[in-house]
Design a protein around this ligand. Structure first.
Ligand SMILES: [Zn+2]
Length: 122
């Protein structure tokens, strides 16, 4: 899904599905990353500090460290999460689900000189 240096490939090398749809599509992955960072890590950290299990100073230090490192580590998974959520909500955007009228499928048929694209490995 990714080229070296965490650059997202524009298309799936197996089925040519467009991953980067342009026009701010990356914002969905950013929202997934932010949501997991804040609600999955920062909120529990704040609750630990509020309950007195860790001092506020430790919570702030851990929060700053996690806030800087975790989004970078989670970047690839945030794209997977975003694409899964996107295609779960809009399954007809997948060429295989859209029937013969999907523009991506027409482009693939033209590229393959009239043959529909192969799905999976035969
Ligand atoms: Zn694929």
């Amino acid at each position: 899904m990714f080229a070296p240096r965490m650059r997202l490939l524009a298309r799936c090398p197996e089925c040519s599905l467009r991953w980067d749809r342009g026009n701010g599509f990356f914002l969905g992955a950013m929202v997934c990353n932010y949501t997991v960072t804040v609600f999955g890590l920062m909120l529990p950290l704040a609750l630990l500090a509020l309950c007195g299990w860790i001092t506020p100073r430790v919570a702030i230090g851990l929060g700053a460290g996690i806030g800087l490192v975790f989004p970078v580590i989670f970047y690839k998974w945030s794209w997977s999460l975003w694409l899964a959520a996107y295609y779960a909500v809009l399954p007809n955007e997948l060429p295989a689900n859209a029937g013969q009228d999907h523009p991506l499928l027409h482009r693939e048929i033209q590229k393959n000189q009239g043959e529909p694209p192969k799905r999976g490995r035969d």
